[in-house]
Design a protein around this ligand. Structure first.
Ligand SMILES: [Zn+2]
Length: 154
């Protein structure tokens, strides 16, 4: 099981954690679906996987309110509680670098989406796990603000 092996000259040590993190970019993760259900339960309508900026696809959007929602995985996007700083292992430093790069990209994507006229909501995976309704309410509040900004509602 724990045969530590350097892979492809990159200096990464193969670990059980690393294997587990494969497929981290996959769509329709459990927290994503949980949040979608909570949002739907509040009567909001969304569309999935909409591109909101070049090379930036939101997990789902509320087109009527121009709200783009991203559900960020704790480890991969560097959540303050469950991010790389909490990670121990032979690759800790490399993970930290990679996650810092991810966070920088998240920030660029947020800025690009906002520039394209989207209100961006980023929700941590752990927020969805512990309080999906609260996360959904945060989105609902933004929809009423968007209306106040002049978007017509029926
Ligand atoms: Zn977290």
């Amino acid at each position: 099981m724990s045969k530590a092996k350097t892979s492809a000259g990159l200096g990464w040590i193969r670990t059980a954690e690393g294997q587990h993190l494969k497929g981290r970019r996959s769509r329709d993760t459990k927290p994503e679906i949980t949040l979608r259900h909570a949002v739907h339960g509040l009567g909001l309508r969304y569309r999935l996987h909409r591109q909101v900026a070049p090379r930036c696809t939101a997990d789902f959007v509320l087109p009527r309110h121009r709200i783009a929602v991203f559900v960020d995985g704790c480890f991969w996007h560097g959540c303050p509680t469950h991010g790389a700083s909490a990670f121990r292992g032979p690759n800790a430093e490399r993970w930290a670098e990679k996650i810092a790069a991810n966070k920088a990209r998240d920030q660029r994507n947020t800025a690009a989406a906002e520039e394209a006229g989207w209100t961006v909501v980023r929700v941590w995976e752990c927020e969805v796990r512990t309080a999906p309704e609260r996360a959904a309410l945060r989105i609902l509040q933004l929809t009423s603000r968007a209306r106040d900004d002049g978007t017509r509602s029926r």
